[in-house]
Design a protein around this ligand. Sequence first.
Ligand SMILES: [Zn+2]
Ligand SMILES: [Zn+2]
Length: 259
Amino acid sequence: MRVEMELDEIIFGSTRDIEVNTAILCETCNGSCCAPGTSPATCDICRGSGQIQRAVRSLLGNVMTSSPCGTCRGYGTVIPHPCPTCQGQGRVRAARTISVDIPAGVDTGLRLQMPSQGEVGPAGGPQGDLYLEIKVRHHDTFSRNGDDLLATLEIQMTDAILGTTATLKTLDGEVVLDIKPGIQSAEVLTVKDRGITRLRGGGRGDLKIGVQVVTPTKLNHKEQNLIKELAKSQRAVSPHLSHFQQGLFAKLRDRFMNV
Ligand SMILES: [Zn+2]
Ligand SMILES: [Zn+2]
């Protein structure tokens, strides 16, 4: 079965009630397949051996071959009075709800094995296992790289110049981030231990925040003049070429991987 999880459920793990529909042991016959008060009988056709022997003529003379008995399907016994509840299958289908502890740090594609939570075998056979395949849903703000959480923080040009303090809503509470004056686009700020709890132990990953400085597009007359004043007072650095970069997000991705 597939279990869909939200990213915030993965940080610390969660408990899920999951409805499963499997074969369970028939309580009327307790898996014997026989109606109450009756029992299996020896198969008349194969006399209990489960095999049919046949002589086949060949160039080498008569050869004996054996094949499973079609009447008892090789069991050697037949059910003269099948259990009415399970029609002689020894099991019935039923829905039940199981509580599953999903550990922190699981990722899409991971399979959890739940021993003996699968289908009961025919005629009271052993119970199989249930496998749960995890799918982590897309989150609008946060994405994941291993045990780290990634997000982009847009900050106004003026905040980038002067510095500011940002209070960020993360998936597990608030983080206060100090933004130093002069921060550049594509800088990555790391908040230690605010990522996902590691599946195999060893604390949590980090929260990595890529900075994107937003250039104002709508300035009134007064603001334009202020910026022009600023431009005049700055030592003039003309636009100049440097190595080509595949846009901010590729740049961010590279830095996320290397921080
Ligand atoms: Zn039954
Ligand atoms: Zn038979």
